[in-house]
Design a protein around this ligand. Structure first.
Ligand code: OGA
Ligand code: ZN
Length: 366
């Protein structure tokens, strides 16, 4: 990737593909003191009013591009800054490579809580692992009531829901969700009925005296990849039909729609939704529904299969932080007569964890 100048035009040369850069694109990026507030990195001028801007003089010295624009502004640009933006190489997903896993995953990404964790290099490693694997486990987190909210707020901001800032996962009488029983929960994503769907779930184990109640995790992107390769017609229907998810409580009815496998504009995985306690497919034409039901059955059996699932026991002090847009989670049944099982959970947004990761990259110059 190079930058060249040619008759006052600035050219990005990437593998001999030459693209002329628009003068306003460059003029927007002037960083001199008069134009940019140093502490907030925000513009002190409004580029939406720039019009008819040309480059009157351009030259390159070492790693700097010096330009004079037709409105009289002269600016020096660091070339590496321009090229990194052009290639989008500072994009988080370009610096962290996802490691898609199945039940052969050897080592779960595991960290240990300490008081100064949040601003340290280890927090960077933790968040990087989170984006690689879609989850991390943090051990020895103080088991005080409600500590999970403090923990979460040091990474980002807790997103309160109709359950409150946090929720207690234990078996109760008259539960409003099957999570609050001792029944097994097959692999699912949480709250697909919520708008927007919570991004990251944190579950903190406070007590676990029972012999069952194992936690399960599945990498939804791995299963979706498998489906795409082996059953393309199932993959096609699950990536196109928008399913309604609905949660009914005594004072609220929550609904949202989405594909069981949502793709982004590039055809890459964006979000997995799966919760067969709450899904309502539209009344499509019979053949279409026939295919949809076969596809849902297939993906459900893949999610529950030993090939993709990992199973482990959360111990008091363990926090599991998981990407609710990528992973499915569940638990095995347990017997309430054996003792207590008590988890506390909350949700945060990707915004929080991504923002924190970028900040730590900047802080440690990574
Ligand atoms: C939940 C949930 C799992 C567990 O509360 O959303 O899936 O281990 N709980 O109890
Ligand atoms: Zn859940």
């Amino acid at each position: 990737m190079k930058i060249e100048v040619n008759n006052n035009a600035v050219i990005f040369n990437h593998n001999n593909q030459k693209i002329e850069v628009h003068p306003i694109w460059l003029r927007e990026r002037v960083r001199e003191k008069k134009y940019l507030d140093k502490s907030s990195d925000q513009r002190l001028f409004d580029p939406s009013f720039l019009d008819n801007i040309d480059i009157e003089n351009a030259h390159i010295t070492n790693d700097m591009l010096e330009l004079t624009f037709s409105d009289g502004v002269t600016s020096k640009f660091q070339i590496s800054r321009l090229t990194s933006e052009f290639l989008d190489s500072k994009d988080l997903l370009n610096t962290v490579t996802q490691k898609i896993w199945d039940s052969s995953l050897q080592n779960k990404p595991t960290y240990e809580f300490k008081d100064n964790l949040y601003e340290g290099r280890e927090m960077y490693e933790l968040l990087k692992s989170f984006y690689e694997y879609g989850f991390v486990i943090v051990k020895k987190v103080p088991t005080q009531n409600n500590y999970i909210v403090k923990f979460a707020n040091l990474i980002g901001s807790v997103r309160p829901t109709n359950f409150g800032e946090y929720f207690n996962v234990k078996s109760v009488s008259n539960p409003n969700d099957l999570a609050y029983t001792s029944l097994a929960l097959s692999p699912h994503t949480d709250n697909p009925y919520r708008k927007p769907v919570p991004c990251i779930q944190l579950l903190h184990c406070i007590e676990n005296e029972v012999s069952g109640g194992f936690s399960t995790l599945v990498d939804g992107f791995k299963v979706a990849t498998h489906l795409k390769e082996n059953n393309p017609e199932y993959f096609e229907i699950l990536t196109t039909v928008k399913v309604k998810f609905k949660f009914t409580d005594k004072d609220v009815i929550l609904e949202n729609k989405g594909e069981l496998i949502e793709l982004n504009e590039l055809g890459n995985f964006k979000q997995i939704r799966f919760n067969t306690r709450l899904d309502y497919v539209p009344a499509l034409e019979k053949n279409q529904l026939d295919l949809y039901y076969k596809a849902r059955k297939k993906i459900s059996s893949l999610y529950s299969s030993e090939k993709f699932k990992i199973e482990f026991k959360l111990m008091p002090g363990d926090v599991i932080m998981m990407d609710n847009h990528r992973l499915l989670h569940g638990r095995t049944a347990y017997d309430i007569n054996e003792g207590k099982r008590f988890l506390q959970g909350c949700y945060i947004d990707h915004d929080s964890s991504e923002g924190k990761l970028r900040h730590l990259q900047r802080k440690f110059n990574i």
